[in-house]
Write a protein that binds this ligand. Structure first.
Ligand code: PMT
Length: 249
């Protein structure tokens, strides 16, 4: 993006290392990003759940609170990034000091991501995107005329997969999430292979104490080469810092 704040300089060693110092021009000499070269960086974080209309009053949604992505956006900002936050439906309070793009449907989310991803150094996709949308959204409120009612659904585009495969020569780092209720690691490995992103952050959404709508998470970071690292249960803000440190290591 072209609104990268000037004077932000990030140098080696773990973006949140305590050894970081603030430079005269207001930059952060701290860590990690840019592999030793002083660099400005930008990130796009996508969070929240998509909302797919059935009729003017009903919709298909999911339990995403937006918290995970909000914390990643905050952590990236704290690490000196120029951040754009794209959010679907979310119940948590979004950060007020970060550029915020509100979307509803998966198709709108896709548009917003396409508009931004190419110029970003890192795209982090924590959103819970509906895999399907209603084929024919009813123009009027559906009446309870019949004993049974079927909704025909069509597949939504896979945003993560599409941006990963269209990167060309750009060195945009793409990180996906993986929400599983069973066989977490097996499914996460399949997912990183099918999506073509650089990392997958896998969380177990069958647990109440982590994942959806919790202030905490416990995740596995899976790399393209299938290296796996577990981040022990912690608050989502701490998990976010650790994720950024790992992906920029
Ligand atoms: O919002 P919170 O309440 O804090 O909860 C956080 C979370 C559980 C939502 C988050 O940690 C998480 O796991 N997000 C991913 C949810 C998800 O939809 O995962 P998935 O396994 O279905 O999808 C895999 C990846 O593909 C995800 O990065 C997803 O954003 C992406 N995707 C999925 C479908 C689709 N049509 N397009 C996509 O880009």
């Amino acid at each position: 993006s072209n609104n990268t704040p000037k004077g932000i300089v990030i140098e080696k060693q773990g973006i949140f290392s305590s050894g970081g110092t603030v430079t005269a021009q207001g930059g952060v000499h701290a860590a990690g990003i840019g592999s030793g070269n002083a660099s400005e960086w930008s990130s796009v974080t996508i969070t929240g759940g998509t909302v797919e209309a059935i009729d003017p009053v009903r919709y298909i949604c999911n339990r995403s609170s937006g918290k995970m992505g909000y914390e990643i956006a905050r952590a990236a900002k704290n690490a000196g990034a120029d951040v754009i936050l794209i959010s679907g439906n979310a119940t948590a309070e979004p950060p007020t000091d970060i550029k915020f793009v509100k979307v509803k449907t998966a198709l709108e989310m896709r548009e917003a991501v396409w508009a931004e991803f190419d110029s970003a150094d890192a795209v982090i996709m924590a959103a819970a995107v509906s895999d399907y949308r209603v084929k024919n959204v009813a123009a009027q409120k559906i009446k309870k005329t019949y004993a049974t009612l079927s909704l025909e659904l069509v597949k939504n585009p896979d945003i993560l997969k599409d941006i990963s495969s269209s990167r060309g020569n750009s060195d945009t780092l793409i990180v996906g999430f993986c929400a599983e209720s069973e066989n977490l690691l097996d499914n996460a490995i399949k997912k990183i292979q099918s999506k073509g992103c650089d990392f997958i952050i896998a969380n177990d959404i069958s647990r109440q104490d982590i994942g959806f709508n919790s202030d905490e998470n416990e995740v596995y970071i899976i790399e393209k080469n299938l290296g796996i690292k577990k981040l022990e249960k912690n608050t989502k803000d701490k998990i976010s810092e650790q994720i950024l440190e790992e992906i920029f290591e």
